[in-house]
Design a protein around this ligand. Structure first.
Ligand code: ADE
Length: 242
């Protein structure tokens, strides 16, 4: 999987992503991460990439030209490498998008190349968005100062699902949201800590009982913390039983 990030702050995304699990996955060649500076594509002699909004209003808007030329250069490079004309998906991270969830991460992890467009200031000229963006994605109903953190969130969530990125293939299947439920509680050594004992069943070695306990815990935890997810899960079970 190849991630391409169009941003005004390439060092921010690269420093954030080239550490820990995602950084090691890149070193091993499971994924590649490239950040391109939109400012490098401006035709303005002062390297300006933003301007006032028509109709008035607070703040500046990123202009269409540098964004479009940056995308075109990227897309051409990808097409040449792949040898096919099919356009890569371009994700604009914006609070106006569909809210991101695990299923979307799984869907995106099937792509060979993903281009992320990070906005800044008050956003980006609508005309270039209409021409290049295929997906509008938000990471939640709140507003951040730019798209870099949301792009990093998406890249992290998608990368973990790419084969070879996680050492233990099982962990992506059992964790929270993989089956529509939150994950059960987990414990490590010591057996007693702050007078709290690890539940007996987990020390029993009885795999069927452990599985049953974990499923019950997952259900109870989801019902308490995320009632809407719990309702959806119960409904889908009822649907499958019909
Ligand atoms: N840019 C600013 N806020 C955002 C959000 N909540 N999700 C995605 N992109 C954003």
């Amino acid at each position: 999987m190849n991630f391409h990030i169009m941003t005004l702050f390439p060092e921010m995304v690269l420093e954030g992503l080239r550490t820990s699990i995602i950084g090691r996955a890149e070193d091993r060649g499971c994924i590649s991460i490239e950040a391109v500076n939109i400012r490098d594509y401006t035709l303005d002699k002062h390297k300006k990439v933003d301007d006032y909004t028509y109709g008035g209003g607070a703040g500046m808007l990123m202009q269409a030209q540098p964004v479009y030329d940056c995308w075109q250069a990227l897309e051409e490079k990808i097409v040449q490498r792949k040898g096919t004309k099919s356009r890569s998906r371009v994700i604009y991270v914006t609070p106006q998008g569909e809210v991101f969830h695990q299923k979307k991460a799984a869907e995106l992890s099937q792509e060979e190349d993903l281009i992320f467009l990070c906005g800044h200031y008050e956003g980006i000229d609508e005309r270039v968005l209409e021409e290049i963006v295929t997906d509008y994605i938000s990471i939640g109903d709140y507003v951040l100062t730019g798209g870099e953190l949301p792009a990093m969130v998406l890249i992290d969530a998608v990368s973990r699902l790419v084969p070879g990125v996680l050492n233990n293939g099982e962990s992506a299947q059992t964790e929270s949201h993989a089956n529509g439920l939150l994950e059960y509680p987990q414990y490590s050594r010591p057996e007693i800590w702050h007078e709290k004992k690890v539940p007996d069943v987990l020390l029993s070695g009885h795999h069927a009982n452990i599985e049953k306990w974990r499923t019950e815990q997952s259900l109870a935890r989801t019902k308490e913390r995320r009632p809407e997810l719990y309702e959806a899960y119960i409904k889908s079970c009822q649907f499958l039983q019909k």
